[in-house]
Structures are given as C-alpha cells and as structure tokens.
Ligand binder design. Structure first.
Ligand code: TXA
Ligand code: MG
Length: 318
C-alpha cells in the first residue's frame, strides 16, 4: 500500500520538485486520478508504463497549465481553439497535430504526429502542473486492466513501486475520464465519450462530431496499427547480425559488428531506458533511409512486454 499525502501547498511544492527530477506523482483531477510524469522526460514517461504494468504503449494525454503552453505543444486549428476556449479548464481532451520541437517525448504520443492535450480544472491538478512548470503526461492512475481510480485510496491500493507520492484531493467530481476529441481532420471526431457531452460540443461547433474509436478501445484490433507510428523501413526482429543496407536497433552490451547506422536502446540492458528510447530511436533509424531496421532480441519481462508488442506491430506486414 502506497502512503497518501493530503493536498497542501507544501505537498504540491514537494510534488513539483519530484516531477522536475523525473519522479512520478499520482494526482487528483476532476475526472479520475492520474499518474503524472514530466512529458518532456522520456524516462519518466517510461516509468509511468512500468508502474501501470501496461503490456503495450498507448498515447497519453498531456496536461497543461494554460492555453499558451498548449499552443506551444500542438498546432490548433480554429475549431480546436474554439473548443479550448469553451471547455478549458475542464474534462475535454483535444487531439491536434504535434508542434515540431515542442519537447514532448516521442513515447508520450507512442510515436504519433498528433498529441492529446487537456487543461484540468481540479485546483490540485492545476497547482501541480504549475509547480512542476512543465507539461505532465498522466494516464489514469490504475494498474493496467483495472478500473480508473476516483479516490486516493484506490490509487494507493492499486499501484506500487516507483510512485513517489500519492496526493489526496478527495473524491473526483466526474468519475469518468475526459472526453477525447480528434481535431486533426476536416471534421471533429469524438474518440472517447466522457464528461463533456457530444451535445455540448455540437452547441459550440454548430454540428455534432463524427464518431470514431479511441486507440485503447480496441487494443487488439488491426485498426490500432494504423494510428501508431509505423516506420517506412521494414523491421526484422530477433536479429543477431546485420545484412548490407540494414540499420541496427541494439540492446545490451553484446552488439554485433555492423557497417550501417546503429542506435542502442540501452547499453546496460535496462528496460525502462529502452522503453524511453524506443520511439525516438525507431524514428531516427528510419530517417537514415535504411531499407530494413534489424532489432536485437529484447527480454520479455517487465516493460519488455510492451516493447516487444510495439516492435511486433512495427514488423507486421503492411
Ligand atoms: O480524464 C482523463 O483524461 C484522465 C485524467 C488523469 O486526466 N486521463 C486519461 O488518460 O484517461 P489515458 O492515458 O488513460 O487515456 C488517454 C486516451 C486514450 O483513449 C488514448 O487512446 C487517447 O487518449 N489518445 C491520447 N493521445 C492520442 C492521440 N495522439 N491520438 C488519438 N488518441 C489519443
Ligand atoms: Mg485509463
């Protein structure tokens, strides 16, 4: 059972410091409790997946303090801006194209070129994002496969390990997750129904949003592949050597000699470090123009399960 700290100015100051140092803090929001980490720190975000014991990577929501910060992270079309002005702070998450150079770690968006952003209304969440002074990635603070927590005690009972602090801000007002709306296309698409209704959105935009399905709704459906970053290069798994024209995605210290480009997920064999580097390294090797990315075997325990899941998807025939 994790210890719980009652929300106070001092607690929020401490939590802000923990987050800046790359630690994880469970925080109350108006929807559900979130497990927050610095969205610009890939290692911190990899730690979120580890703490949730997630077997796969899902793009996470970035929580911001104000609209200015949001505009620095995403490129907001007019409709997205209208929604932000109408519903923020509040339980609406808006998916927009990711702004190049925003500093958001690739692992936050699972390699996608879009990013989900929300400005929470809960005073503790707001104070915490301000104290951290950086955008916070925060999925619901439950172990993978369990219900989203609406009280600090639920979080404490469900999560363990590397969560530095659980802040108790009382029971969540809404108890359901934020509404997720995709504003990257011509027409708005409702990806996840939530605390802000489709009717309320239609009243602002003048037409009801189209219906879509969010990434985690169909975890095993092939459709999920399309919405994740897929390298242009072919991906070859379990490689123990490379062939001419191949780039190498290495793991551990026993790397075969090769003449092509090489990036190592974790020379020391640390799976959290490997997860933190996965999407950025895949992108970088893809950008070399290599025909194939050969990937060394990755252990399957802990975060290795999520890493191998993602690699299998990248290697699947398209
Ligand atoms: O109420 C909430 O939103 C809570 C609190 C803690 O803020 N957070 C939450 O996060 O529910 P999470 O990670 O459990 O849900 C993120 C949702 C998923 O359905 C995911 O597929 C979708 O947002 N999502 C995130 N980034 C996306 C993207 N770039 N494109 C499409 N969907 C995205
Ligand atoms: Mg969740």
């Amino acid at each position: 059972m994790l210890p719980v700290t009652k929300a106070s100015e001092a607690a929020i100051r401490d939590a802000g410091r923990i987050l800046r140092d790359g630690g994880l803090v469970a925080m109350p929001t108006e929807t559900v409790y979130g497990l927050a980490g610095d969205a610009t720190n890939a290692r911190a975000v990899a730690g979120i997946y580890a703490a949730k014991q997630r077997p796969s990577f899902n793009p996470l929501i970035v929580h911001v303090e104000n609209l200015e910060r949001a505009l620095g992270i995403g490129i907001f079309p007019d409709t997205a801006l209208k929604l932000a002005r109408a519903f923020w702070p509040g339980p609406l998450t808006i998916v927009v194209p990711r702004r190049p150079g925003s500093g958001i770690a690739d692992i936050v968006t699972a390699g996608l070129d879009s990013v989900a952003i929300r400005m929470p209304a809960h005073p503790v969440a707001r104070a915490l994002v301000a104290a951290a002074d950086r955008p916070l990635a925060a999925p619901s603070a439950n172990r993978s496969g369990r219900l989203s927590p609406t009280r600090a005690a639920d979080v404490a009972a469900d999560l363990g390990g590397d969560v530095a602090m659980v802040i108790d801000g009382g029971a969540c007002r809404h108890g359901v997750e934020s509404t997720v709306i995709d504003a990257t296309g011509k027409r708005l698409t409702l990806l996840r129904p939530g605390a802000v209704t489709a009717e309320a959105i239609a009243a602002i935009i003048g037409e009801p949003p189209a219906r879509g399905s969010h990434v985690s709704a169909r975890p095993n459906a092939p459709g999920q592949l399309e919405s994740h970053y897929a390298p242009n290069a072919r991906v070859r798994l379990e490689a123990s050597s490379t062939e001419p024209g191949e780039a190498l995605l290495a793991f551990g210290d026993d790397v075969p000699a090769t003449t092509g480009p090489v990036l190592n997920l974790s020379p020391s064999g640390d799976l959290v470090e490997a997860a933190a580097n996965l999407f950025a390294h895949l992108r970088a090797l893809d950008a070399t123009g290599a025909r194939t990315i050969a990937v060394m075997p990755i252990p399957t325990h802990g975060l290795g399960e999520a890493i191998n899941d993602r690699l299998r998807r990248a290697a699947a025939p398209r």
